[in-house]
Design a protein around this ligand. Structure first.
Ligand SMILES: [Zn+2]
Length: 471
């Protein structure tokens, strides 16, 4: 028994030795494709700068053929730089490598010409896209890539970026058939002359061939409606699918949001309500929320509940937010001089004349849309007592007034996963008029929210990348 244990321990240790793949002074053990001049070594770092080239490891470690491993690379990208690290890839004389996957490095590169690049550092390129970069430019960070079996886990510094399981069947038709996990070498990318990225301390730890892919434990991705087909299709077409309406309440935390984002492929924006009687009332509370969530690759916003929010809070704090989400669900009742009333608490008011109320409600909508907010949550919301009158109260004309105000003020329209607002007719008008969309779960706790309604709306209305809103 003891001998067996000793043997197992030794075997594990043999595999667990991190090996340096870069000697810190030369490109020995590496081979560059096409534009070889794009690579140099300066101050102990490999520098990628120049026309497209890929630097493949072809040194002695494991004959440059890695299956299960942990790869750690320290990298630093200058502003507007694009680069990446390929895994399970193979030498290729020219072009973007067809074999394996690319783990993207891109903190702020926005693309060239018409192409707006949204795949940020830590993404598995075009397969699992992160829309918010976890890293600032000109800052050293560690990219940690663990591959075991069909599972790839990417960390950027200590934050989980992607936890991906490759499906058995073929991937999206947009990909070459070699976009698969198998085994192979690694390669660094020089993307274009405008990009400068440095790499240092490139260590690889081989994991045993029988390493259990289920270790470490993977949080469940179930319940969000993020089926493989839905996510793959959007990711391959570079269409962001972002749930900006994830409240940190009822046990929901930034870490749980991060795990959900990494396993489902749905990007998330976390937020808290701001206003009198809401979780954030003061600037000190707003600053605390921003500081606590600063290092997370999640968008961060607030949902504003008072109509004077933009004049009563420190602008430098508001500017640190990625977005402001507003809604129309609190308005003066029973008339414009009445107290602000929560329409979602129907016991506190009555609507005696729906048509007269609707005229006031439409004005209230336009007032909210004139605020410097970014997203209108639950557009065309109606309180329960008048919801059966939706098609009567929300005439096409009224819908178009709201949509035009949103377009004029650069406010995106949320498709809410749970409430059923806005309804299909509104989405169709908004799409045809050129509005932008987001999705929102409006969770009450840390349980998954089924986003199927939003996926279906994006699909049936053929929402394009240009019609989605990104900060
Ligand atoms: Zn909300």
């Amino acid at each position: 028994m003891r001998a067996l244990l000793l043997f197992l321990t030794t075997a594990a240790l043999l595999h667990a030795n991190p090996v340096e793949l870069f000697d810190g002074k030369s490109l020995a053990g590496w081979k560059a494709s096409e534009n070889t001049g794009s690579w140099s070594v300066k101050h102990g770092a490999i520098v990628a700068n120049g026309k497209r080239s890929h630097l493949f490891y072809n040194g002695p470690v494991a004959h440059a053929d890695f299956t299960n491993f942990i790869l750690e690379i320290e990298a630093c990208a200058a502003a507007r730089s694009n680069s990446g690290v390929f895994i399970h890839t193979a030498w290729q004389k020219t072009g973007w490598p067809d074999h394996g996957y690319e783990i993207q490095i891109n903190n702020s590169y926005n693309g060239h010409g018409q192409h707006r690049e949204l795949k940020r550092t830590g993404s598995i390129y075009a397969v699992r896209n992160l829309t918010k970069s976890p890293i600032a430019d000109d800052q050293w960070f560690t990219l940690r890539i663990q591959v075991a079996g069909k599972r790839v886990i990417v960390h950027v510094d200590d934050k989980l970026a992607v936890d991906y399981i490759e499906p058995d069947g073929p991937l999206h038709p947009a990909f070459p058939p070699t976009r698969r996990l198998s085994s192979g070498t690694i390669a660094l990318q020089a993307h274009d002359p405008g990009s400068t990225v440095r790499f240092r301390r490139i260590t690889l730890t081989q994991l045993p061939a029988n390493h259990d892919p289920a270790i470490p434990l993977r949080p469940s991705a179930d319940g969000c409606g993020a089926t493989r087909d839905r996510i793959d299709s959007l990711a391959a077409r570079n269409i962001p699918f972002i749930d900006y309406h994830v409240h940190l309440r009822g046990g929901m935390t930034a870490d749980k949001a991060l795990a959900r984002q990494a396993t489902t492929g749905i990007n998330l924006g976390i937020l808290k309500n701001l206003g009198q009687g809401w979780p954030i009332e003061t600037d000190a509370q707003l600053a605390a929320f921003l500081d606590e969530t600063e290092s997370y690759p999640l968008f961060r916003g607030i949902q504003v509940n008072d109509r004077d929010w933009h004049t009563t809070h420190d602008k430098t704090l508001l500017d640190r937010l990625d977005y402001i989400l507003a809604d129309t669900m609190i308005m003066p009742m029973p008339d414009d001089n009445g107290p602000m009333t929560k329409l979602f608490e129907p016991a506190t008011y009555t609507i005696d004349d729906p048509e007269a109320w609707m005229k006031r409600y439409l004005k209230h909508n336009l007032r909210v849309l004139a605020e410097p907010c970014n997203i209108l949550a639950n557009p065309t919301y109606l309180p329960p007592s008048v919801e059966p009158l939706y098609d009567t109260l929300w005439t096409d004309e009224r819908m178009k007034l709201v949509i035009q105000a949103a377009i004029d003020n650069h406010v995106a329209l949320e498709i809410n996963a749970r409430s059923g607002f806005p309804r299909d007719r509104f989405i169709r008008h908004a799409r045809n008029m050129g509005a932008k969309f987001t999705t929102g779960s409006n969770n009450s706790d840390d349980q998954p929210v089924d986003m199927s309604r939003c996926f279906k709306a994006y699909q049936s209305h053929r929402i394009t990348k240009a019609q989605t809103w990104v900060p």
